[in-house]
Design a protein. Structure first.
Ligand code: MN3
Length: 199
């Protein structure tokens, strides 16, 4: 079965002024659509057509690089749209906050470490908050890799991710990745992150 590109769960301008409507439209309708289309082209007629995207990613080292790049891109952007929201809670709460405190000492320490991961990722990639059992760690990956992949340096379940490819911020922020990452914290949907953490 082919993967399907879902519509954004909110309008293109819903995350203004932090993420601009034009970036959201191009990012979803062009970039994310291309990952979905290219993934479908790469798996068409193969045994991978019968697998979920999670199954494909957890065994990614066995598959062609086009599946790695486009499968990662397809999954990562599905997550990215859902962990952002114009509404939702603005700070982590409950069990998620407890685990965050246990892992990093405080929300503020988490924010600093996550920001550092996003800013020090050289070139294109992602920064992640990753669930490992009941614990949390921060990592970053190049290109469209993610922590579900068997070849990831830090493996686990991604519960929050920020896209630091230039296509995610260049129209509004140009070279100012720090301003974009700082703005991202205003649109994180902690309710969705908590749901992923609960599993
Ligand atoms: Mn992207």
């Amino acid at each position: 079965m082919a993967v399907v590109l879902k519509s954004l769960p909110y309008s293109f301008d819903a995350l203004e002024p932090y993420i601009d409507a034009q970036t959201m439209e191009i990012h979803h309708d062009k970039h994310h659509a291309a990952y979905a289309n290219n993934l479908n082209a790469a798996i068409q007629g193969t045994a991978l057509e019968g697998q979920t995207i999670e199954q494909i990613l957890t065994n990614i080292s066995a598959h062609p690089v086009a599946v790695r790049n486009n499968g990662g891109g397809f999954f990562n952007h599905n997550l990215f749209w859902e962990v952002m929201s114009p509404g939702g809670s603005k700070q982590p709460e409950g069990d998620l906050l407890k685990s965050m405190d246990a892992a990093f000492g405080s929300y503020q320490n988490f924010k600093e470490a996550f920001t550092k991961a996003a800013l020090t990722r050289f070139g294109s990639g992602w920064a992640w908050l990753v669930k490992q059992g009941d614990s949390l760690v921060i990592s970053s990956t190049p290109n469209q890799d993610n922590p579900l992949m068997d070849l990831a340096e830090v493996k686990g379940v991604p519960v929050l991710g920020v896209d630091v490819w230039e296509h995610a911020y260049y129209l509004k922020y140009q070279n100012r990745r720090p301003d974009y990452v700082n703005a991202f914290f205003n649109v994180i949907n902690w309710d969705d992150v908590a749901k992923r953490f609960k599993g």
